[in-house]
Structure formats: C-alpha cells, structure tokens
Design a protein around this ligand. Structure first.
Ligand code: AVJ
Ligand code: FE
Length: 432
C-alpha cells in the first residue's frame, strides 16, 4: 500500500517535471531570463522557484535534511519581490537553475523512498508530496501564460482540440435546495477547498456551455466596450484606464476578429469559449446579455450536485479522475475546445465543459469556507481572502488534472486577463 503510493507519487513528480522541461526547453536562454510582461516572472524564476519550494517542503520539512541552497531562499520567495522586479535579482541562470532543480529532485526522491507513509504520517507526508506536484503544475500553467505573452515565432505545438460532437447551448435550471460544497475527503485538496459544508442555493438557470468567441464578439461589435451601462463603476474605470476594446490577444482585421495564440494568428473560432477576459469584461458581457455571472456556490452546485443521489460528485461526470474524453486539461491542446466537444464530461443536469477549456470567473470574492483552517501555511490562501480577489473555477486547457477538481478554487484580481480566463452566465428565474 505504502509502496504503491510511493510509486504513484514518483510517477506524478516525473510526469510534472517533463512538462516543466517542455516549457523551459522550448526557448533559448535569452527568452528564459527575459521578462515577457511585467505581469509575469522570467521563466527561469518559475523554474528555480519550483525547485526551491520542493527543497523547503520535501527536502527540509518532510525529510529533515540539510538545506541545499538556503542562500537563495529569499530570491524565490514570492512575497519578497513583486513579479515586475524579479528580472533585476541575482537569479540563478538557466544552467544553474536546471542543475538546482535536478539536485533537489534527487534528494526529494530519496526522501520519498525513506519517508513513513503509515497512519497519521501517511496523510501529512503524502499531502506534502501532492502539494508539491500541484505547485509545480500551477507554475507550469503560469509559464504557459508567459509563453502566450511572448512575442516571436511559435515554439510550442500540440494537436488541435476535438471538434464538437453535440450541439450545446441555452441554459438549464438547477432546482433550489442544499448541496455539499467543498470537501473533507479529497486527499490532495488544498486548505481553501475544505471543509465540506452544506449550502442552500436558490433555484437558478446556468449556461450549458461557456460563453463563446462568437457570442462575445457580438457584445464587442454591439459597442459593448463603449457603453457604460453594462459596466460596474470599478469595471468602467478600468476599461477607460486600460483602453480595453476586446479580449487580450484579439485584433481587428477587415475580415473579422483575429486571435493570437502562442505565436500563431488566426480568425477566432466562433464556437470555442472566449478566453483572456477579465472579471470586469465577463460581468459587462453578462449585464449586456440581460444575465449575470453565477456565484461560486451556484457554479459548484452545477458542477457537482447529482439530483438522483443528492450527493456531490468529485467531478461533473462522476467520481473518476479526468480522462481525455472528459475534459480539455493538461496542455494536451493549446486552446479551448469548441462547445459540445466533451459530452462525456457533462454534469447530471447537462452542463458541459465546467472542467477544463477556460477558467470561469464567478461573482464571488475569495473567502474562507466555514471551519477553514490554514494549512500548511497562511500564505497559501489565507492572506488572499477578502474583497480584492475574485474566484475562478474549473481549470483551463493549461491546467493539469492533478491541480483540478470539482472543488478546486483559483483566484485573481478582477482586472487580470493574461490567465486562461473565460466565463459562463446565469440568471435568477422569474417568480411564478
Ligand atoms: C492559486 C494560481 C492563484 O499562482 O499565485 C503558486 C498558486 N501559490 N505558488 C498563484 C500558487 C503559490 C496561485 N494561484
Ligand atoms: Fe509558487
């Protein structure tokens, strides 16, 4: 049992490192140390930060071993230096960073071989390894967003996403009632997903699919960006200051809207979910459409609640881990898939593509669930709770299955859109 678990963890660490290598080997040293956007770290920072976190958590904490490079801890502490300031730090260079992460990995695997995985230590130690896998995957998604901002010829490639297999659209009614939100049993769930708790949710309608490029283009083409009525006060101020006219990476062409993805420019795919919109843009679209964004509880109920059994599932399709038939995850493709491409991933109420494709903004601040306790450290989630951050749910095409669950919560500032962010809309039924 313990050896099985050791093998699974080693496989996950290895698989995840291959992804980090793809993202950092695809570009030359100049591109690794360069800042592609003030919103992002140089890729070489993410790489060494991945190693430093693994050193802190697995080598020093779980393993009780001597530090490998205590002298560099401060350079890779995300709270010490803002992303925009990181290129000026005396960072490890590409070759040094690669050697460092490999050295840390050797030690972490040695810790994994010897660590106790029984009883209470099973939970704590296995979680530490699971958390490190998720942490690396999260930074891999961040590095993928950096690649999206990089200017120059394409260096990443992947097969196109599957085509639509079913015609999906419109909305479904989710009946009023309580459901279980969050989890107390999911082994790798982070502190902010815990504990499981019952939430009563009034009846609501929710879109069967994320808002598509064609739908979003209709808003832009209708002058949505120039009409203050659709925007919140804060959203309108940001739209004015930032000069927003379309999603990030869109451009206007006589033939219509184009989008640039990982160095390739092509007409927008009409029936694929819109990506690279901020919370403010998502909310303005919803208001223009006579609708609203779902709350976080509504989103999770639509994603997990099974009316037949009354229980919440791990994923919309059931309790099985995600497979390629369920959802567009893990950088298997380099763009969201058209709506209707994943009928096997739909929820019992018939809501599609809740997991994968695009992170979905919900109209909720990032807040603690009742009974929350910070684990393993306050800086993972607790310091971000409050009105500054909005929640995103469901994961994107760039999110690995290890870092994506029906309960997984992401968060960001409402102005951010360099992440793979989209949305779907909802509405409250009219009183009978
Ligand atoms: C959960 C994606 C908001 O990238 O800031 C990475 C994840 N935390 N290292 C982030 C994270 C620490 C986090 N997000
Ligand atoms: Fe990190």
């Amino acid at each position: 049992m313990a050896d099985d678990l050791r093998q699974r963890v080693a496989t996950e660490l290895e698989r995840t490192r291959r992804r980090s290598a793809v993202l950092t080997d695809a570009v030359d040293d100049g591109d690794l140390v360069k800042q592609h956007s003030p919103l992002m770290s140089p890729l070489v920072w993410d790489l060494a930060h991945i190693g430093n976190q693994e050193e802190l958590w697995l080598v020093r904490d779980v393993g009780g071993r001597e530090p490998v490079r205590q002298d560099i801890d401060h350079l890779y502490d995300a709270f010490k230096h803002a992303r925009r300031d990181r290129p000026a730090l005396p960072l490890l260079g590409p070759a040094e960073a690669r050697a460092y992460v490999a050295q840390v990995r050797d030690k972490a695997l040695d810790v994994l071989d010897r660590v106790r995985l029984e009883g209470r230590q099973l939970i704590d130690n296995a979680f530490a390894f699971g958390m490190i896998v998720q942490h690396e995957q999260q930074h891999d998604e961040t590095m993928l967003a950096t690649h999206q901002l990089r200017v120059g010829p394409a260096v990443l490639s992947a097969p196109p996403p599957p085509e639509a297999q079913a015609r999906v659209g419109g909305e479904v009614l989710v009946p009023a009632g309580s459901f279980t939100m969050g989890t107390s049993t999911e082994a790798w769930a982070l502190d902010n997903e815990r504990p499981a708790h019952d939430v009563f949710v009034d009846a609501f309608h929710i879109d069967v699919a994320p808002v598509t490029n064609a739908q979003y283009a209709a808003f832009a083409d209708d002058g949505g960006y120039d009409d203050e009525r659709w925007w919140t006060t804060e959203g309108w101020r940001h739209r004015q200051e930032a000069g927003l006219v379309a999603p990030l990476h869109w451009s206007r062409d006589p033939s219509g809207w184009l989008a640039t993805e990982f160095g390739r420019t092509a007409p927008i795919v009409p029936d694929a979910p819109v990506v690279h919109v901020s919370f403010h843009e998502a909310k303005a679209y919803a208001t223009w459409a006579g609708r609203r964004l779902p709350t976080e509880a509504e989103w999770e109920k639509a994603a997990r609640f099974d009316p037949a059994s009354g229980r919440s599932r791990r994923y919309p399709w059931g309790d099985e881990d995600p497979g390629p038939e369920h959802a567009n995850l893990g950088q298997r493709h380099l763009s969201p898939a058209p709506v209707g491409a994943y009928p096997a991933g739909a929820s019992p109420l018939g809501v599609h593509q809740l997991i994968g494709d695009v992170w979905e903004w919900v109209d909720s601040d990032f807040a603690a669930y009742p009974g929350f306790t910070a684990f393993p450290y306050r800086e993972y989630s607790e310091v971000f709770f409050g009105p500054d951050y909005k929640v995103l749910r469901g994961g994107s095409f760039g999110t690995d299955p290890a870092a994506c669950r029906g309960t997984f919560r992401n968060w960001d500032y409402p102005i951010r859109r360099q992440i793979f962010s989209g949305f779907r809309t909802a509405r409250t039924p009219e009183p009978a």
